[in-house]
Design a protein around this ligand. Structure first.
Ligand SMILES: *[C@@H]1O[C@H](CO)[C@@H](O)[C@H](O)[C@H]1NC(C)=O
Length: 405
């Protein structure tokens, strides 16, 4: 038993030594891989006698090679992307430790960070890349770019490098921000020193914090396109009807504030005079037959939208409402689609109804301009002339159709 224990210890020791040797083999292989940067650096140094003390110092401190860059996402900027690729050596020809665990590319709501260390006990410095870092800044041109960052510290000399390759070439600029730890923008510019030289001493531990701000010009806001219409929902006896917000895309929901702000001067309001309104397809433009509505007749539309937005909590909760009884007629529900070009679109089904006689006699006026006095016929005539009689789809183009309640 005791002998076995001794044997086992020997075996274990052999395994450990083996593992250590393998690790060193790996690091030798790693070292012989040539990044052009390190290779050129090596060639440059060959004229000089190898400086043994430098090598020894460097060897002891190899995991002291450190590069850290934090990019804070500035106002209106978001940074997303891929984590550091540990599956191949392509993104870390030097350093990053065993399994490349000492390098990372991380993304938070604050911004992006690339961090890398050299590999302890090996003759490598540091050279690693963060791929496909995506900057997005809606409202600017360009509004996105995808970048590769490479940070490298030479083992052999004082050369060091930080490269930013973006497509399209530029969409952000780095700025200082108050209270940032580490080096600032100018320090990062000074860091890039591919030929070495410069500082008297070799520095191997670097960290920077910068803020990325949109570089491109601001694209003027496009006014919202607003289409309102009536949808037949029930005949006769009252039913429960859904009040809802349906977003064109769940990825591009707008906040209540953004929705309220969409109704700027220049927004175009149209009324779908024959059909109900569909969820807008952002970028498609409207297809429904519709009549342009004079702006003064649209103030109450906004209220139906903000009210729907508020009571459904931006579409997150369902609300039911009951139209007033509409005996021997049809209830119509007011709907509005809003499209903020290239940003978001939504259909707002409100809790406002009119009762029309018979089956399918479409209301003649948009919400807020119906003569609602007669409970069995609430929208056959209008309180104002809400469209231009020169528009053939405007009911007022027929001279016999008059403002009358
Ligand atoms: C970033 O790196 C990837 C992978 O090597 C490459 O396909 C892409 O073209 C690079 N992008 C830029 C902007 O250089």
């Amino acid at each position: 038993m005791a002998r076995c224990r001794g044997m086992c210890a020997v075996v274990l020791l052999l395994v450990l030594v083996g593992a250590k040797e393998n690790e060193e083999d790996c690091s030798l292989v790693q070292h012989s891989r040539k990044s052009s940067f390190e290779h050129e650096e090596k060639l440059k140094q060959e004229g000089r006698p190898a400086s043994v003390p430098l090598l020894e110092t460097a060897e002891k401190r190899d995991d002291g090679y450190h590069f850290d860059l934090f990019v804070k996402a500035g106002p209106g900027v978001t940074i997303t992307g891929l984590p550091f690729d540990r599956s191949s050596d392509a993104d870390a020809p030097y350093g990053c430790g065993s399994g490349y665990l000492k390098c990372s590319c991380t993304y938070t709501s604050d911004g992006f960070r690339m961090t890398g260390y050299g590999t302890q006990g090996t003759m490598t410095a540091l050279d690693f890349t963060c791929h496909d870092v995506i900057y997005s800044m809606p409202g600017h041109r360009p509004d996105t770019c995808t970048c590769n960052y490479t940070a490298a510290l030479s083992y052999w000399g004082k050369a060091r490098r930080f490269s930013q390759e973006c497509s399209p070439k530029q969409c952000y600029k780095f700025e200082d921000y108050p209270g940032a730890p580490g080096g600032h923008v100018q320090d990062l510019e000074r860091f890039h020193h591919p030929n070495g030289g410069g500082d008297a001493e070799k520095v191997i531990d670097w960290s920077f914090s910068v803020q990325a701000e949109a570089l491109g010009s601001v694209v003027p806001e496009t006014p919202a396109a607003v289409l309102g219409g009536w949808k037949p929902v029930a005949s006769g006896a009252a039913l429960s009807i859904k009040q809802s917000v349906t977003w064109s895309s769940t990825q591009t929901k707008a906040s209540a504030k953004e929705v309220a702000e969409a109704f700027t001067a220049g927004s175009k309001y149209t009324f779908s005079s024959t059909e109900s309104v569909e969820v807008p397809e952002v970028g498609k433009g409207e297809a429904t037959q519709s009549v342009e509505v004079s702006l003064s007749s649209t103030t109450s539309w906004k209220n139906t939208i903000t009210e729907t937005m508020a009571s459904t909590n931006g579409g997150a909760q369902e609300v039911t409402c009951n139209p007033a009884p509409c005996p021997s007629g049809t209830s119509y529900q007011w709907q509005t689609s809003v499209e903020k070009l290239g940003k978001w679109g939504a259909l707002f089904d409100s809790c406002f109804f009119v009762c029309m006689p018979n089956q399918g006699q479409h209301p003649k006026c948009p919400f807020g301009t119906c003569c609602t006095g007669k409970s069995s016929d609430q929208c056959s005539t209008c309180t104002v002339q809400w469209c231009s009689e020169s528009d053939p789809d405007c009911p007022f183009s027929d001279r016999s159709f008059k403002v009358a309640c």
